[in-house]
Ligand binder design. Structure first.
Ligand code: URA
Length: 209
């Protein structure tokens, strides 16, 4: 599927299986989410533009590749997306962090923005939107709509578990966005939970019920 990358690496799959276990406690869950974000980010940033720069080693001066001036932003969808931010910042400490908060309108069931703060010059940045669970796709589509309305152009979306329904909806709404997904699960249930999934990612990261 174009622009959809499934991260079938053994380390990612192993850690996702640990996340799924209902006996995995808050502390371990949070660490695993962060570790998976590092592994997924490593893969998602594979296409960052490089340039040859001159470096002087203790032996001689040489041309050697470095990531070129591309500015990065990581944008978690509140609240579960927060769990992935430090993982991305481990890889790219200079990235700026935006936040998008959405709630579901009780009448229309459409996502509504209640908070959006993005780094400046968003149009010149590679924007990595993170949310561990891509369920219906409604929040992901809305968040990316907001980022594009504010000038965002190059956007990647990282989720740990995706439902087929959410991946389809996001692809249709934003075919230009590259979707990186740790695992595609079977389906959504009637309450829009991913099956088998891992439950409510936000509650499990923050220890709430
Ligand atoms: N959000 C979650 O945290 N879990 C799901 O299964 C679906 C959406």
């Amino acid at each position: 599927m174009e622009n959809v990358f499934i991260m079938d690496h053994p380390l990612i799959q192993h850690k996702i299986s640990m996340l799924r276990d209902y006996q995995t406690g808050t502390n371990e869950f949070r660490k695993l989410v962060e570790e998976i974000a590092v592994l997924m980010g490593y893969e998602a940033f594979r296409d960052l533009p490089m340039e040859e720069v001159e470096v002087t080693t203790p032996i001689e001066t040489c041309k050697t590749p470095m990531i070129s001036g591309k500015k990065l932003a990581v944008v978690p969808i509140l609240r579960a997306g927060l769990g992935m931010v430090n993982g991305i910042l481990t890889l790219v400490p200079s990235a700026k962090v935006g936040h998008i908060g959405l709630y579901r309108d009780p009448e229309t069931h459409e996502p509504r923005e209640y908070y959006c703060k993005l780094p400046e010059s968003i149009g010149q940045r590679l924007v990595t939107v993170v949310d561990p669970m891509l369920a219906t796709g409604g929040s992901a589509v809305a968040a990316i709509d907001f980022i594009k309305e504010r000038g965002g152009k190059q956007i990647k979306f990282l989720c740990i578990i995706g439902a087929p329904e959410g991946i389809k909806r996001l692809r249709e709404a934003h075919p230009d966005v590259q979707i990186y997904c740790g695992h595609v699960d079977r389906e959504l249930n009637a309450n829009a939970y991913i099956c088998p999934g891992l439950g409510d990612a936000g509650d499990r990261i923050f220890g709430t019920k």
